[in-house]
Design a protein around this ligand. Structure first.
Ligand code: ATP
Length: 333
């Protein structure tokens, strides 16, 4: 059996970044230093290999989605990026500096990991003021940031009255205090309702427009699909895919779903598809043909010529989630 298209991409994962010079991206000047670069990055905790041989490059000026099921190694990787955890093997470079010299890049990095912690009895403004004082940032930024994350008008309310979404936005405001070039958000949509997720997504897109590179982790591809330009797929500590979202989307194999009056007629249609080199299989009363949407017209005509009337014919593309399922052989939980 041929490996799925995306698996082939895995071998070329390192070359995808170079492709941007030819493909181009409005936010990525050719030859720019990547925001994040890791080489053969690994972290083991005893016998647990949390991250294994991860080699990635994340262009600056974009939103990168870091995706993998629970336990894939996302948080461990993020901790190594932030120099909170020392790699067992391999190297990390953030904003052009190695993780062995964190003082060179950490002042330009904002991060929100494992949910924000605030004084619940104090207002959002006071919480941010305290963090600004502790971090040596200008208190003037507090008001601007509250507006930037959409909390203006609610800044005097105590944090314990805040919704999850408002807390996450306040957490992002705190991460923005150093005016970072790179913002790292670990599962910012966790625990949010659909409206909250939408708000965070819009905020992340705005931040990108303002020139911030954003790395956002999630266990759901469908969540980051809406906002990420670049995708890194991680599974059991290993890289499955990295590259532009649009390239990943292109790799989803289209299927044509066909119905006819009898099974025998579907066999005839399958033979017609095979003549054009498209494989098919019977599934839930449908004939499912791995073929592009453009083949539908030709198929309809050749079925007619063979005396078969198609009672249904439609084209379907799997979601990214389903593509990921193919990649992980359905192991994703
Ligand atoms: P989640 O979304 O569930 O947090 P994740 O992709 O962020 O998943 P990690 O938290 O990085 O994954 O965990 C990867 C693996 O490493 C898991 O098996 C986890 O149990 C293990 N692990 C992480 N931190 C430690 C630690 N400090 N000590 C031992 N094992 C750890």
């Amino acid at each position: 059996m041929n490996p799925p298209a995306v698996l082939q991409e895995r071998d070329e994962a390192g070359s995808s970044f170079e492709d941007r010079e030819t493909r181009g991206h409005p936010n990525v000047p050719p030859g720019a230093t990547p925001a994040i670069r890791t080489d053969n990055l690994s972290k083991s905790y005893g016998r647990i290999h949390a991250v294994q041989g991860l080699t990635v490059e994340i262009p600056a000026g974009i939103v990168a989605g870091f995706v993998g099921p629970n336990g894939a190694g996302k948080t461990t990787t993020i901790r190594m990026l932030l120099s909170l955890v020392r790699p067992t093997e391999g190297t990390v470079e953030v904003l052009g500096s190695p993780s062995t010299r964190p003082h060179e890049y950490l002042p330009r990095v904002g991060a929100l990991i494992e949910g924000p912690a605030f004084y619940p009895g104090l207002s959002a403004r006071r919480n941010l003021e305290i963090l600004a004082e502790l971090g040596g940032f200008s208190a003037e930024r507090v008001g601007q940031l509250l507006t930037r994350v959409g909390l203006e008008g609610r800044e005097a309310d105590v944090v314990k009255t805040y919704s999850m979404g408002m807390r996450q936005r306040l957490g992002i405001a705190a991460a923005l205090l150093p005016d970072p070039a790179l913002l790292i958000l670990d599962e910012p949509a966790n625990g949010l309702d659909p409206a909250g997720i939408l708000e965070i997504r819009q905020l992340i897109r705005q931040l990108k427009e303002q020139g911030v590179t954003v790395l956002v982790s999630s266990h759901l591809l469908s969540e980051v699909e809406q906002m990420a330009d670049w995708i890194i797929l991680l599974h059991r500590g290993k890289l499955l895919y990295q590259g532009w979202l649009e390239d990943l989307l292109e790799q989803r194999q289209n299927t044509l779903l066909v119905r006819a009056s009898t099974q025998q007629e579907l066999q005839i249609v399958a033979a017609e598809a095979r003549k054009a080199n498209y494989e098919s299989k019977l599934k839930d009363g449908y004939l499912s043909i791995l073929a592009p949407p453009e083949f539908a017209g030709q198929l309809n005509r050749s079925a007619m010529d063979a005396g078969v009337v198609l009672t249904e014919l439609h084209s379907e593309r799997p979601s990214l989630e389903e593509t990921f399922f193919t990649l992980t052989d359905g192991e994703q939980k």
